[in-house]
Write a protein that binds this ligand. Structure first.
Ligand SMILES: [Mn+2]
Length: 401
């Protein structure tokens, strides 16, 4: 048996705040969620997999566009032409009431209903497979859904499809079909195909319990490689292998600068520190000063001059392999010095304010909007807020001087 496990396609993600770039590059970014899924379908056909699993969030809630839907149908048709079935469930972004027989999808696509159900299929080698799953009918599912999953069936293989998050045992957070790994393992299934968390990760090796992540990262907090899992049987076990396919990779490059002054020299220095790879890279540069950076250099970086000039240069390249979308000036060297006592109080206060539970409290009612809650409780976002707050505080201090 060989299958593909993917989730969280988020087709037609809007990539807000990035439109200010050459059309050619913007097109590449705008198309990236589509391209990623198209590559998955290409590989499904090339690898002649037995089926494809898509575990929720095919569409972005606010961007369930006609274009996205038409694209998805066409890709499923390609799989249909190669007799590859698709098993899909809807998640918290594309939740919908699934009524039997009402679908514009080709006949190879099997959609899970809003109650937990099991579908079975027989592979060309006569092995039998049970697949259990459900679709979100509303944005939140606070109750544990796994308790409704049956025990392992008598088929050769049994796979669970679950779009959800590990239980935090906190009613403010457990909105996405909360589960524990122990509870999944108790079912004795051969594979748990998860969805919802956008960073690919394996929660258990044998049997595999796997989040494939989104096949295309959507912003700087979804950095690194993105793709899908190719799962194959090896005697009585299933082995999952991550395959990177995202056309665009978000990354942060830490660059060191000395006391430079002229914008062109700074850009040259930064350029030498970026190593473009095979994939197109969206780059945030964190600039740190190795020595005493001049006030002028700092200003050129913080007022956006360097970024703009840098982008102009990249836009002139023949076929750019990367795009710098942000430059941050980092490091304590940049912060006006606090007295030791201030620093101590600041560190203490920062510890209390900039942590996940304080953020959840702060977000309060807004947490019903997933994108706000997800964004604000991301560790790198919390770190960024802390840095910006200390910068602001330092500047206020400076004015009083
Ligand atoms: Mn998602």
């Amino acid at each position: 048996m060989k299958f593909i496990h993917t989730a969280d396609l988020h087709l037609d993600s809007p990539f807000r705040g990035l439109a200010d770039m050459p059309t050619q590059i913007w097109q590449k970014i705008h198309r990236s969620t589509f391209t990623a899924f198209e590559r998955i379908v290409d590989n499904a056909i090339k690898e002649q997999v037995d089926f494809v699993l898509i575990v929720g969030d095919i569409y972005d809630r606010d961007h369930h566009s006609a274009e996205a839907e038409d694209f998805f149908v066409r890709q499923c048709q390609r799989l249909n032409e190669h007799q590859i079935p698709v098993y899909l469930s809807y998640g918290n972004h594309d939740y919908q009431i699934v009524s039997e027989g009402v679908t514009s999808l080709p006949q190879n696509v099997h959609v899970f209903g809003n109650q937990v159900e099991t579908k079975t299929l027989t592979l060309s080698n006569k092995e039998t497979v049970s697949i259990t799953g459900f679709s979100y009918g509303k944005r939140w599912l606070s109750a544990d859904q796994v308790s409704g999953f049956p025990s392992k069936a008598t088929t050769d293989w049994h796979i669970g499809m679950l779009h959800g998050a590990l239980a935090q045992n906190n009613s403010e957070q457990d909105h996405y079909a909360p589960f524990t790994v122990a509870e999944l393992l108790q079912k004795n299934y051969d594979y748990w195909a998860l969805g919802h968390i956008h960073k690919h990760q394996v929660l258990n090796d044998n049997p595999p319990v796997v989040y494939p992540g989104d096949p295309q990262g959507r912003h700087k907090n979804e950095d690194g490689q993105h793709g899908y899992y190719l799962v194959q049987s090896d005697l009585s076990k299933l082995k999952a292998e991550f395959k990177a396919i995202a056309p665009i990779e978000w990354c942060t490059v830490n660059a060191n600068l000395d006391h430079l002054q002229a914008a062109d020299i700074i850009i040259k220095g930064l350029r030498q520190q970026v190593k473009p790879g095979e994939q197109f890279k969206m780059i945030a540069l964190n600039v740190q000063s190795t020595g005493e950076m001049s006030a002028l250099t700092k200003q050129l970086i913080t007022n956006g001059t360097i970024l703009e000039r840098f982008q102009e240069q990249i836009a002139e390249d023949d076929s750019p392999k990367w795009w710098p979308y942000q430059i941050n000036l980092l490091g304590e060297a940049n912060l006006p010095k606090m007295t030791d006592l201030d620093q101590e109080y600041w560190d203490q206060a920062a510890k209390e304010v900039f942590n996940q539970s304080a953020m959840v409290e702060l977000v309060g009612k807004l947490s019903k909007y997933d994108f706000i809650a997800e964004h604000l409780t991301e560790p790198s976002m919390i770190e960024e807020l802390r840095r910006e707050a200390s910068q602001e505080l330092g500047e206020e201090d400076h004015h009083e001087d």
